[in-house]
Write a protein that binds this ligand. Sequence first.
Ligand SMILES: [Zn+2]
Length: 173
Amino acid sequence: MLDRLPDFIDPIALAERRRVLSGAIRQSEFARLSEVLADSQGDVRIELSFSKEGRLATIQGTIKTTLTLICQSCLQELSWPIDVAVKLGVVSSLEQADRLAAEYEPLLLKTEKVSLRELVEDEILLALPDFPKHEHNCKESGQEQVPMSADNKEQIRSDNPFSVLAKLKSTGD
Ligand SMILES: [Zn+2]
């Protein structure tokens, strides 16, 4: 069973205690994310380890889910797996963020506690493509069917009924 995840977390305190948070949040609970989803039935699975590297509090782990986006090419549903590797360094100022080792993304703490949901949602939104579309050329294959059916009509129209009659006559004889 998955633990119930807290709504708000204190990253510094969790890092001091080397805590691990794992659990799931429903996709529908992410307001901004839900706006771009065709279906928000799934769960977002979260596993985050809080630790310290020297004086720096760090958050590392994964955020996984499968989103149902709208393909921007054919406007059909598009299954989009998300597997984000999280590596955050907790900072309290922009100066600290500048000094952060390149491997960490800064998490700027404005208050002692942060919304876990917003933290996770930000990571997912950053991982989303600007222009999600199917890997195969979904729009082109849709367009190909138009000239194909036009060709079929052309064939029917060009069939000469008299040539059929002529055939029947010659075989009936
Ligand atoms: Zn498509």
